[in-house]
Design a protein around this ligand. Structure first.
Ligand code: S3P
Length: 175
């Protein structure tokens, strides 16, 4: 059995929210989508939070939320793509759970996110070159935080979830 929380991390567009929903269905785990919870609690979209309050304010909301999540029981969590960039978040996550890093090639990420306007960091840089560059800058932190790494290119959500379930030895209907 893994430690209680399962944290899904990875660059934008690596499928964290999709895998969250799939794990929720397959294993019966309660789920938290961090971005969605922040939007609900702030009553503002992510682009509006970035534009009106700034990135630092958003990062502080993430840190506050990670602390609250680490204190509850047995949930699967989809983190924001930048959550593990702060070492204090990683420490809180490591204490309370297992960190699963989802990866995808820049071209795959681009195909998945190109039609969306929810990601302020990519809004003016929506191309595979920029995505690949930012991914390389972030890679050491993603990899250092990860307990397991799961590739997502060309795979279905079900296949990815079954791999996570197998590697973390999750039960069918874990509560
Ligand atoms: C961010 C990723 C986004 C969101 C915000 C910042 C990042 O989440 O938290 O736009 O810094 O990588 P997703 O990875 O769910 O798109």
């Amino acid at each position: 059995m893994p430690k209680k929380q399962i944290y899904l991390t990875g660059f934008m567009g690596t499928g964290k929210s999709t895998i969250l929903n799939c794990l929720h269905e397959i294993c019966g785990l309660e789920k938290i989508e961090m971005d969605e919870q922040i939007v609900r609690e702030e009553g503002m979209s992510i682009p509006d939070i970035f534009a009106e309050k700034g990135e630092e304010y958003f990062r502080n909301l993430e840190t506050n939320l990670v602390k609250r999540i680490s204190a509850i029981e047995n949930v699967v969590v989809s983190c924001g793509g930048g959550t593990v960039m702060r070492q204090c978040n990683v420490e809180e996550m490591k204490k309370s759970g297992t960190i699963v890093l989802l990866t995808a090639e820049p071209q795959t990420v681009y195909q998945r996110v190109k039609g969306s306007h929810d990601r302020p960091l990519l809004e003016k840089n929506m191309n595979p070159e920029y995505i690949g560059g930012l991914m390389e800058i972030r890679r050491p932190k993603y990899e250092a935080a990860a307990d397991i790494v799961v590739k997502t290119d060309g795979r279905t959500a079900k296949e990815i979830c079954l791999e996570i379930k197998e590697r973390l030895k999750l039960d069918d209907n874990q509560k």
